[in-house]
Write a protein that binds this ligand. Structure first.
Ligand code: PLP
Length: 284
């Protein structure tokens, strides 16, 4: 497998990550995941924009322009002959010694960039069947809008959900649902879709942008407002969204069925619109 390591494309086993890399020591870095269908990126601009926003929010000076980054990622999927799959890319603030919380001088310490690509076909069967979830307190920090490589809060929540026998963790702060451990969260009640507004408590999902557009095209009303765990438990439908899972029905929460306990008609419609947009951007 070929990967990107700083400005080079190299074999996966040539990459050397220093033990004093600030990503390794402090989780001082940001990342993103973008998906390709039929050998073409879907919503690449939005992912790259979010990456640059995250760099700005963390004062991390990126060593390339948006265009250069897009070119490099495009080369990566071509070289690896990725038809349908995921590209993971991240940057850390670099290798600084001795260990010190203060940001190093960017004139002296260069960031470390890596990217890899993996073939991952669409799992239509899973998108029809749906997944289960468990309600877990959201104990993460207050900069959830930054796609930080520091994911301990997220993985601890997912681990709790798995211990409860569920696929995903639905997170809440004082009873208000924020998002899931690795996706945005949605519910449907009486024909209206609800999802948490953007802000510092959730990651502004690129899939969320696509689904909001899909709902508008389909004439389904959406309210970007907070809903409670109680409201979620009484919802007609629930689903989560991310680049890798698209719009994924949540059919059971803490052992109780959501609505009919099967994929509902609204998420079904959004899945179809999502696929239409994929086909428009990437071909079929
Ligand atoms: N929320 C969290 C915590 C995530 O980790 C992700 C994706 O990884 C999302 C939301 C969805 O973001 P996107 O739709 O851009 O993949």
């Amino acid at each position: 497998m070929k990967v990107i390591w700083n400005d080079k494309i190299v074999d996966r086993n040539e990459v050397k990550i220093d033990m004093e890399d600030r990503g390794y020591q402090f989780a001082d870095g940001i990342y993103d995941v973008v998906r390709a269908y039929n050998g073409k990126f879907f919503t690449l601009d939005e992912h790259v924009d979010r990456f640059f926003r995250g760099a700005c929010q963390t004062d991390l000076e990126l060593p390339f322009s948006k265009e250069e980054l897009k070119e490099r990622l495009t080369t990566l999927i071509k070289i690896n002959q990725i038809d349908t799959g995921n590209v993971y890319f991240q940057i850390t603030r670099g290798i600084a010694s001795p260990r010190n919380h203060t940001y190093p001088d960017p004139e002296v310490v260069a960031p470390v960039f890596t990217a890899s690509a993996t073939v991952v076909p669409r799992d239509q069967e899973k998108m029809n069947r749906g997944i289960t979830a468990s309600i877990i307190p959201d104990t993460r920090w207050l900069h959830c809008d930054i796609k930080s490589i520091s994911l301990l809060g997220n993985i601890m929540a997912k681990h709790e959900a798995h211990k409860n026998g569920a696929d995903e963790a639905v997170l809440h702060r004082d009873g208000a649902v924020t998002e899931c451990s690795s996706s945005n969260m949605w519910m449907v009640k009486d024909g209206t879709i609800y999802t948490h507004p953007d802000g510092n408590l959730i990651l502004p999902g690129v899939t969320k942008i696509v689904l909001l557009r899909a709902a508008e095209k389909a004439g389904i009303p959406v309210k970007e407002e907070t809903f409670t765990v109680e409201q979620l438990k009484n919802a007609d439908e629930a689903f989560s969204s991310s680049t890798t899972i698209e719009a994924m029905p949540i059919i059971e929460i803490d052992g109780c069925p959501v609505g009919s306990g099967k994929k509902g008609p609204i998420v079904e419609k959004l899945q179809q619109y999502y696929l239409n947009e994929v086909e428009e951007q990437c071909g079929s």
